[in-house]
Design a protein around this ligand. Structure first.
Ligand code: NAG
Ligand code: NAG
Length: 355
């Protein structure tokens, strides 16, 4: 905790004179965002601290289906909405343009018996969540979650038609910490590609998918995963949680930063619904795939080089300290990340109506 506070203080110092330090009621220091580091036009945050969960969480008033699923249910073409290499958006990117998001793309999973829908946002502890309930692809427990197959029109219709009466939920994550997590995770699949620096990624998170796509297009693939995978992992999390009108598409949101307690609360909520059978789930969730820790405990060769540089030259970039990704030479990443994830800032850092 002490090093985090120090990091926040250092960052604030780096932005000296433009950002104001404030003390919140628990006397933790947070840094105010009404400052010059944030580009004009960005929604105002009250405060972002790399360790803090999103202010929007818990119960929300659900106003309708998640945007891209609703569009698919209305018969929209998947190639117009998705990030598939043969789709319109990826084709335009390959041609060098930077088209807007083609839709609010989001994977979803469901379970009819327990009447629930999980909007599965990348880099928000989804592996741990799915492990807890079971993935119907491999697991025959009756609590298992099945992926909505977007190419199956009747399945899409089925899920959208139950959006109002099923319990719809997801998990959120601190917007800055999630960006660092994405970079570390996605760069892992690209050992044979040119190295994309964090600074390049933070300014344009789609760059990793572009590198994979270009390499594929000249028959020299360098990624261990698809360009689409690299693209959809850097979408705003709010795409999973909102309707076409930017209102809540979920009944409830948990926080990765409070995964165990929020998951326990979720199971209790699910089991308090009248007329729905009780889920028999382990009392304790195991948080797997926590790449933050694992990467720094079992680092890749590239991370070892970064880490060695850091150890040899104290004060240089420490790849295992998320705060380092936003200070010194990387201070621009703060505004860049908040801009790319502007929809997360508006939805998750602004109080949403609760029931
Ligand atoms: C499409 O989804 C429905 C409903 O989930 C299922 O019954 C059907 O078998 C699926 N069709 C295919 C081709 O997978
Ligand atoms: C929803 O939010 C996006 C991104 O901020 C914006 O471009 C769009 O106009 C909004 N749509 C509505 C219906 O408010």
């Amino acid at each position: 905790m002490a090093h985090l506070l120090l990091a926040v203080v250092l960052l604030a110092a780096a932005l000296a004179g433009v950002c104001m330090l404030m003390a919140n009621p628990t006397s933790q220091l947070v840094w105010g965002l009404g400052c010059a580091a944030v580009q004009p036009g960005l929604p105002q945050l009250t405060a972002v601290d790399l360790a803090a969960g999103t202010p929007t969480h818990g119960h929300l008033v659900k106003r309708g289906p998640q945007s891209s699923l609703e569009a698919l249910a209305q018969g929209r073409n998947i190639l117009e909405l998705s990030y598939l290499p043969e789709g319109d958006w990826a084709t335009q990117r390959l041609a060098g343009s930077a088209p807007p998001f083609p839709s609010k793309w989001c994977a979803a999973m469901f379970n009819d018996k327990y009447r629930l829908i999980y909007v599965k946002c990348p880099k928000t502890a989804s592996t741990s969540l799915v492990d807890h309930f079971g993935d119907c692809t491999f697991d025959s427990r009756d609590t298992c979650l099945a992926f909505v197959r977007f190419d199956n029109a009747s399945e899409v219709q089925h899920v959208v038609s139950h959006w109002q009466d099923f319990f719809v939920f997801g998990f959120t994550r601190n917007v800055l910490a999630r960006a660092v997590s994405m970079y570390r995770y996605l760069a892992h699949f690209m050992p044979a590609c040119r190295r994309v620096a964090w600074d390049e990624f933070c300014a344009n998170p789609f760059v990793l998918g572009d590198v994979c796509r270009r390499a594929e297009s000249v028959n020299r693939p360098c990624c261990e995963t698809s360009p689409e995978h690299q693209y959809v992992h850097v979408l705003p999390q709010a795409h999973c949680f909102t309707t076409a009108n930017n209102e809540s598409a979920v009944d409830w949101l948990g926080r990765v930063e409070h995964f165990e307690t929020d998951l326990a609360a979720l199971v209790q909520l699910l089991n308090s619904r009248p007329g729905v059978p009780q889920l028999q789930l382990p009392a304790q969730a195991v948080k797997t795939n926590l790449e933050e820790q694992s990467l720094c405990q079992r680092p890749s060769r590239r991370h070892l080089v970064d880490a060695a540089t850091y150890t040899l030259a104290p004060g240089t970039f420490n790849p295992c300290d998320p705060a380092d990704y936003f200070r010194g030479a990387h201070a621009h990443c703060y505004g860049d990340v908040l801009q790319h994830f502007g929809e997360d800032v508006s939805f998750l850092y602004t109080r949403q109506p609760h029931p």
